[in-house]
Design a protein around this ligand. Structure first.
Ligand SMILES: Cc1cc2nc3c(=O)[nH]c(=O)nc-3n(C[C@H](O)[C@H](O)[C@H](O)COP(=O)(O)O)c2cc1C
Length: 205
């Protein structure tokens, strides 16, 4: 498979960058080809503009969509910020996975305009896993992202991995990075659990 990894972190020495590298190393060890979208290094503009609102596809968005088009699997790596996505990832998702290109309806998250792709979210988080689970944060993120958002984009199967305790001990961080490598190494192939729709030209009345 061809695997696209999308990294959201300005610091190459960050845990998030290390997680992306380990995931990619695992995927490459499994024989997959690999491509990195390093959003900060490349200066992606996450601001949703008037052009985006008007349905115009600007060149930077088109370049990201071309990357996605050649990928069979996609992995987003971003640190958990206030129980959500950092603004760079949020803007990349908002602008690139646009209405009319990724999806065309909001009443069924299992219908996408895109072909099925394996989808992985690797999310370093400062909190410990017991804190995240006790308070229900993990469940709410899984509902919003795995069950919600990324279904519209045709990701199937899709998997969210919260890398809890990413600011913890060396041993903890080592174990989390090993887990990222393993996830890359054992990437499943895309399945057809989500239904695709074929776009037709609008009927002229
Ligand atoms: C603005 C900001 C918000 C954060 N919000 C959360 C949060 O809601 N939950 C959490 O567990 N960690 C939170 N963190 C901690 C980060 O997730 C943690 O620092 C990061 O995963 C460490 O990885 P890095 O070295 O790649 O930055 C936050 C950090 C920052 C800077």
């Amino acid at each position: 498979m061809h695997v696209l990894t999308v990294l959201d972190h300005p610091d190459p020495a960050s845990f998030s960058a290390a997680a992306a590298r380990q995931f990619m190393a695992g995927a490459q060890a499994a024989g997959h080809t690999s491509e990195l979208a390093d959003l900060h290094a490349e200066g992606f503009d996450p601001r949703w503009t008037l052009a985006d609102a008007n349905g115009e596809t600007s060149s930077d968005v088109l370049a990201e969509q071309d990357r996605i088009a050649r990928a069979d699997a996609i992995c987003l790596v971003f640190p958990l910020f206030w129980w959500g996505m950092p603004s760079m990832t949020k803007g990349w998702v908002d602008r690139v996975w646009s209405w009319g290109w990724a999806y065309d309806q909001l009443d069924d998250r299992e219908v996408s305009l895109q072909r099925p792709r394996t989808g992985v979210l690797l999310i370093p988080a400062g909190a410990r896993s017991d804190e995240i689970e006790d308070k229900g944060y993990g469940q709410s993120l899984d509902t919003a992202w795995t069950k919600g958002t990324f279904g519209y984009f045709g990701w199937s199967p899709r998997h969210m991995e919260l890398l809890c305790g990413a600011t913890g001990s060396f041993e903890r961080r080592r174990a989390l990075l090993d887990r990222c490598h393993h996830i890359g190494l054992t990437l499943p192939t895309p399945t057809c659990a989500t239904r695709q729709v074929v776009r037709t030209q609008p009927v002229q009345n």
